[in-house]
Write a protein that binds this ligand. Structure first.
Ligand code: GLN
Length: 541
């Protein structure tokens, strides 16, 4: 019988509830349990695919092509399980479904209400996961903070679910924050007490409280929280801010959370297999060799917008026993003639995915700089497209080459709309999304990195390389090292004669794992370590 763990958040948002849920997933998986994680997002959008990165951060893409919350990226990286579109539920999806049913007449003239119609649909989505998959534990994270108006139907649904699935088979974990008062030098528990009171007023009594804080939590404070919030002392788990997200499973495990959960839910109390995970963290901590990578994008002030890229670079650096230092560079800086000193100082340049015209010319400049200075370059989706535009303009001499995304009537649309994208009016969920196969050309940088002939990678794009230009590019030294099996779509391009200048139409960052760096990132970082920027001698002197 599957067990259900519901994670809620209190006091403030952005304290790492997603990472905490992901880490709980890892410590349970380490006990040999089959784990899945689902995120319930109370906002009204159907999915984050059409939301601005400023609002939402990165859009994570699952194998089956759903555009989801970035927390699913944490879940996949920590548990190493492939999640699917049912693992991210939003209020928008719930209402869409209920209203469509109402229009069809499914409710036979009944009045449609938040309770029970909306809450029933939420419950159906949760139980769909355990019906479709063979899981021992389903973790359900409720987005937002207790007290949010839009979160209420979700909290009511998870309150009812505990009764539906059985009290012994389920539990609530509440993640809160302990603010630090500088004047008196103490952490305060009152907001935690209030948020637990709020939860209780909705009929939910948490069994575990995880306290996030920027300072160490004393035993006295834990006792106080246990007493006021009516949880066991050993179920108050302090989680102090850490410099490395991947330490969180270890912190929770060492605080006894894994044992507490398994005991409480009547699961086997095996010893967790976390040796490899601990070694991985040690390796991350011991890596000293610096590798400086510039990420050239337009949301660089908001690192969450490039979450998976940032993590994939950390995984790849660890794989190479190096310590990554990211230089965030806004592409519009380059357009103003600034920031080239940053490009000069790094070991490698990444141009990540993106949409729209703003900042494009700066990204093209970054690609040119990388090509001309032989600096390792990794282009991700849009990053591959700008690499091709740059090559067309400055190697082939097609001065106004562009993508038709940015200049509809350009004379040389080297990047153009995919045929099945013509005439699409609805922007939500209509890109080429999810996993597609890619065949690699032997002897290329890509084939060497992957050590495979065929790979499956995740996509999210509307535009593609224009095949009318393939021969001209190849004649000038561009190698199309990855193609779709029917050879119609360019999936990977690399610049011949350059130590590493490669772009992929897909997003390799989504498949990178902390203990299994993605081959393209691993190879990119390896090349970056071999490149020595001006003023940086190979022996470090
Ligand atoms: N805007 C480009 C396209 O739609 C690239 C998309 C991306 O980088 N994810 O094809």
């Amino acid at each position: 019988m599957p067990r259900y763990i519901f994670c809620t958040g209190g006091v403030v948002s952005s304290v790492g509830k997603g990472v905490t849920a992901a880490a709980i997933g890892r410590i349970l998986k380490a006990r040999g349990l089959k784990v899945m994680i689902q995120k319930l997002d109370p906002y009204l959008n159907v999915d984050p695919g059409t939301m601005s990165p400023y609002q939402h951060g990165e859009v994570f893409v699952t194998s089956d092509g759903a555009e989801t919350d970035l927390d699913l990226g944490h879940y996949e990286r920590f548990t190493d399980e492939n999640l699917d579109r049912n693992c991210n539920v939003t209020t928008g999806q719930i209402y869409n479904e209920v209203i469509a049913k109402e229009r069809r007449g499914d409710y036979l003239g009944g009045t449609i209400q938040v309770v029970p119609h909306i809450t029933n649909e939420i419950k159906r989505r949760v139980q769909m996961i355990t019906q479709q998959h063979d899981v021992d534990v389903l973790l359900i994270e409720v987005g937002g903070t207790v007290g949010d108006i839009e979160g209420q139907p979700f909290l009511e649904a998870i309150r009812q679910l505990r009764i539906d699935v059985g009290r012994e088979q389920s539990m609530y974990i509440h993640v809160t924050f302990l603010p630090y008062i500088g004047a008196t030098g103490e952490l305060k528990t009152k907001p935690t007490q209030h948020s637990v009171r709020e939860l209780r007023s909705l009929g939910i009594q948490p069994q575990v409280i995880i306290t996030r804080s920027d300072y160490p939590v004393t035993d006295d404070l834990c006792r106080k929280i246990a007493l006021f919030c009516d949880v066991d002392r050993e179920a108050v788990i302090p989680l102090e801010t850490t410099d490395n997200l991947y330490k969180v499973p270890i912190i929770l495990e060492d605080a006894g959370l894994g044992d507490y959960i398994t005991k409480r839910l009547g699961l086997p109390t095996n010893k967790p297999a976390l040796k490899e995970w601990r070694q991985m963290i040690k390796r991350m901590q011991q890596a000293e060799k610096p590798v400086k990578i510039a990420i050239v994008g337009k949301y660089v002030e908001l690192h969450d917008a490039y979450m998976s890229v940032k993590e994939a670079l950390l995984h790849a650096a660890t794989h190479n026993d190096a310590k990554v230092e990211i230089e965030w560079l806004h592409s519009s800086e380059l357009e103003k003639g600034r920031g080239f000193d940053v490009l000069e100082s790094v070991n490698g340049i990444v141009v990540p995915g993106g949409f729209g015209e703003r900042g494009i010319e700066g990204k093209i400049m970054a690609a040119r700089f990388a090509r001309e200075h032989q600096i390792p370059y990794l282009g991700l989706c849009l990053g591959m497209q700008v690499m091709c535009i740059e090559f067309a303009r400055n190697v082939l001499g097609l001065e106004d080459a562009n993508s038709s995304e940015f200049e509809m009537h350009t004379e040389h649309p080297v990047i153009t709309l995919m045929p099945d994208q013509h005439g699409i009016l609805n922007l939500g969920g209509t890109m080429r999304l999810g996993v597609y196969p890619c065949e690699l050309k032997t002897g290329t940088v890509a084939a060497k990195a992957y050590q495979q002939e065929r790979v499956d990678e995740r996509h999210r794009h509307r535009f593609e390389f224009n095949n009318d230009y393939r021969e001209r590019f190849e004649a000038a030294g561009m190698v199309f090292s990855g193609l779709s099996p029917d050879a119609h779509l360019v999936e990977i391009a690399e610049v011949g004669g350059h130590p590493f200048m490669l772009g992929s139409q897909f997003h390799p960052e989504f498949l990178s794992r902390p203990n299994r760096a993605h081959p393209l990132f691993a190879e990119f970082v390896r090349a970056a370590l071999q490149y020595h920027p001006k003023g940086d001698s190979p022996d470090g002197s």
